[in-house]
Design a protein around this ligand. Structure first.
Ligand code: FVH
Length: 297
C-alpha cells in the first residue's frame, strides 16, 4: 500500500494565507488533499503539488471524510455551508475560522440541528509556522471520539488539544490569548517608537534588549496568576502598585517628551491609579483585574 492510500483524504475549504498553509502541510505529509476556494486562482500552487481542486464546496466536501474550513469569518462560513443541504452528513467538519464563543456555539447548534459532526477550533499559530512544533490548535465541541479518531491528521497542522464539548471554549481561549498577544505587540511597537526618536534601530533594539527583557518578564506571570486565583493580591508581591503608579508616570512622561503618543499607556495608568485610590496601594499588578469585571452583555 502506498503512503497516500494509507492516509485519510482531507478537504480544505478556504485558501487564504492560512488555508494555503494548512493544505500545503497536508500535501507535504502525503495526505490526499482536495481544496476549494471562492477565488479558484489561489489553488494553483497547491494543484501543482498534487491537490485536487473541487469545482464547488459540495464537491470538495464529498471528496473526504474530514473537512477543514478556514475562511475569513462566520458570515463566510454560513455563506458557504448554508446552501449545502445535507452534504456534510457523515463527514466531520473542523471549523478553524476565527470567531467569538457565541458564534461557535450558535454554529455548533446549527450543525447539531442538521445532524452534522462539528468541532470548532482556534489556531494558535501564524501561517509560517503551521506544521512546525511551535504551532498548536485548540478544539472544542462535538464529541471527543470525533476528535480522537482524527487526532493524528489534526496534529499534522499543529499539536492539537481537545478542551471539551462546549464549542465556545476553543474560541474563548484563542481570543483571550490573542488579546494578550496584541497587548504585548502594541507595547513592543510603542517601545520601539520611543527609542527610535533617538536614532536607535528597531531591529537591534528588539533582538538585543527588548525580546530578552520581555522573555524574562513572562517569568512573573505564574506569580500574578496565583494571586489572581487566590485573590491574595498582597501575598508574594513582585512590585507594589503604589510604587508602580509613580514609575509608570515616568514611562508616560518620557514618551510625551519624545513626541510619542501615550494613548496606549494611559488606560494602564488609570487602572493603577484607581486601584491605589480605592485603598489598595500594597497590591501587586494582578489586582487591576478587579477593575476589569463588568456585567455580561
Ligand atoms: N493568518 C493569520 O496569521 C491568522 C492566524 C490565526 C488564525 N487566523 C484566522 O484564520 C482564518 C483565515 O485567515 P487567513 O489568514 O487565511 O485570511 P485571508 O488570507 O484574508 O483569507 C480569507 C479567506 O476567506 C475567504 N472568504 C472570505 N469571505 C468569503 C465569502 N463570503 N465566501 C467564501 N470565501 C470567503 C477568502 O476567499 P477569497 O477572497 O480568496 O475568494 C479566503 O480564502 C481567519 O478567520 C483568521 O482570523 C489567521
Amino acid at each position: 500500500q502506498s503512503k497516500n492510500e494509507a492516509l485519510s483524504p482531507v478537504t480544505i475549504i478556504g485558501l487564504g494565507e492560512m488555508g494555503q498553509a494548512l493544505a500545503n502541510v497536508f500535501l507535504q505529509n502525503g495526505y490526499p488533499t482536495t481544496v476549494w476556494n471562492r477565488t479558484a486562482a489561489k489553488a494553483e500552487a497547491l494543484v501543482k503539488q498534487g491537490a485536487v481542486l473541487a469545482a464547488t464546496p459540495r464537491e470538495a466536501i464529498q471528496a473526504s471524510p474530514v473537512v477543514i474550513l478556514c475562511v475569513l469569518d462566520y458570515d463566510a462560513v454560513h455563506e458557504i455551508l448554508d446552501p449545502l443541504g445535507d452534504a456534510l452528513k457523515g463527514r466531520v467538519l473542523f471549523n478553524l475560522t476565527n470567531g467569538t464563543p457565541k458564534q461557535a456555539r450558535d454554529t455548533a447548534q446549527w450543525a447539531k440541528d442538521r445532524g452534522y459532526d462539528y468541532i470548532d477550533a482556534g489556531i494558535m499559530a501564524v501561517p509560517q509556522i503551521i506544521g512546525t512544533e511551535d504551532a498548536f490548535i485548540l478544539y472544542s465541541g462535538g464529541n471527543k471520539n470525533s476528535f480522537d479518531s482524527n487526532k493524528e491528521l489534526l496534529d499534522v497542522m499543529g499539536a492539537s488539544t481537545y478542551l471539551g464539548e462546549d464549542a465556545g471554549l476553543a474560541s474563548l481561549l484563542d481570543l483571550a490569548m490573542n488579546g494578550a498577544m496584541y497587548g504585548m505587540l502594541a507595547g513592543a511597537m510603542h517601545a520601539i517608537s520611543v527609542v527610535a526618536t533617538e536614532g536607535i534601530k528597531a531591529q537591534a533594539f528588539s533582538s538585543e534588549l527588548l525580546i530578552p527583557y520581555l522573555t524574562a518578564i513572562t517569568g512573573i506571570i505564574p506569580n500574578l496568576a496565583r494571586q489572581f486565583d487566590t485573590k491574595e493580591f498582597t501575598v508574594g508581591v513582585s512590585a507594589k502598585l503604589a510604587m508602580q503608579q509613580v514609575g509608570f508616570r515616568n514611562i508616560r512622561q518620557a514618551s510625551k517628551d519624545q513626541g510619542i503618543s501615550t494613548e496606549l499607556l494611559d488606560p494602564i495608568q488609570s487602572l493603577m491609579d484607581r486601584r491605589v485610590a480605592a485603598g489598595f496601594p500594597d497590591d501587586d499588578f494582578s489586582a487591576v483585574t478587579e477593575l476589569f469585571k463588568q456585567a455580561k452583555h
